[in-house]
Design a protein around this ligand. Structure first.
Ligand SMILES: Nc1ncnc2c1ncn2[C@@H]1O[C@H](COP(=O)(O)OP(=O)(O)O)[C@@H](O)[C@H]1O
Ligand SMILES: [Mg+2]
Length: 214
């Protein structure tokens, strides 16, 4: 069974094609990289997978289950995935640790367990000295690592990464990529990323999927 399957996905905005008849399969525990110039539809495809856009035609399947298309619609929060947005989408009024505590709320965990998990995930991306900081008190790279930690803390089966290393230097990018690769190996996490930089794909051992601007 595939972690993700896209069957002939198309999407237009105001009559202009953003994605045309796009198909893809992603094996469990593997990574692929949507690789192409700005405007080639990478972000649109990730948003279609996440359930933030509806495809005009085609079908999205996650772990063998249809989540969009063929008269099916599964809400984003019920797709077992998480996404790191290109603009990160951090919450300005929340401290770093609160970002993780917030996404873990509602799970069958005590406050102490949530705090332990949040701290552990932030340590894994080297943010242990930033736990009590607000996003505006953090550098671009620290903010990016917070967004990645927030996504991983929910234990997704499928991780969507939009230009995930854009704000990180080479050493940090390698470190974070190694951390994600460990999750792929240990937990069977599958990754679909978007990037215009081949080195990002190499870091995650991701197969390149060329995308072309229309
Ligand atoms: N919500 C939207 N409304 C109108 N046009 C959009 C919208 N989202 C994306 N597009 C258009 O779709 C095309 C693909 O954009 P995008 O998926 O962001 O590309 P990439 O991430 O590869 O840079 C672009 O022409 C963009 O302007
Ligand atoms: Mg984009």
């Amino acid at each position: 069974m595939h972690a993700l399957e896209l069957r002939n996905i198309s999407k237009k905005f105001d009559g202009i094609i953003a994605v045309e008849s796009f198909s893809l399969t992603l094996s469990t525990g593997a990574a692929v990289c949507l690789f192409g110039p700005s405007g080639s539809g990478k972000t649109t495809l990730l948003r279609l997978i996440a359930g933030l856009e509806r495809p005009d035609t085609g079908e999205v399947l996650i772990a063998g289950h249809s989540v969009a298309g063929n008269n099916t619609w599964i809400e984003p929060g019920d797709r077992g995935l998480n996404m790191v947005f290109q603009d990160l989408a951090l919450w300005p009024h929340m401290r770093a640790i609160k970002h993780l505590d917030f996404v873990l709320c509602g799970r069958d965990m005590s406050k102490a367990e949530r705090n332990e998990k949040a701290t552990r995930h932030l340590k894994q991306v080297d943010l242990e000295s930033n736990l009590q900081k607000y996003p505006h008190e953090m550098s671009g790279g620290e903010q990016q690592r917070l967004a990645i930690a927030r996504a991983l803390a929910t234990d997704p089966k499928l991780l969507l990464l939009d230009e995930p290393f854009a704000h990180l230097d080479r050493r940090r990018s390698d470190h974070i990529a190694n951390h994600i690769r460990a999750r792929m190996k240990q937990d069977g996490l599958s990754v679909i990323m978007a990037s215009h930089d081949e080195r990002d794909a190499e870091r995650l051992g991701a197969t390149l999927i060329p995308m072309f601007a229309p």
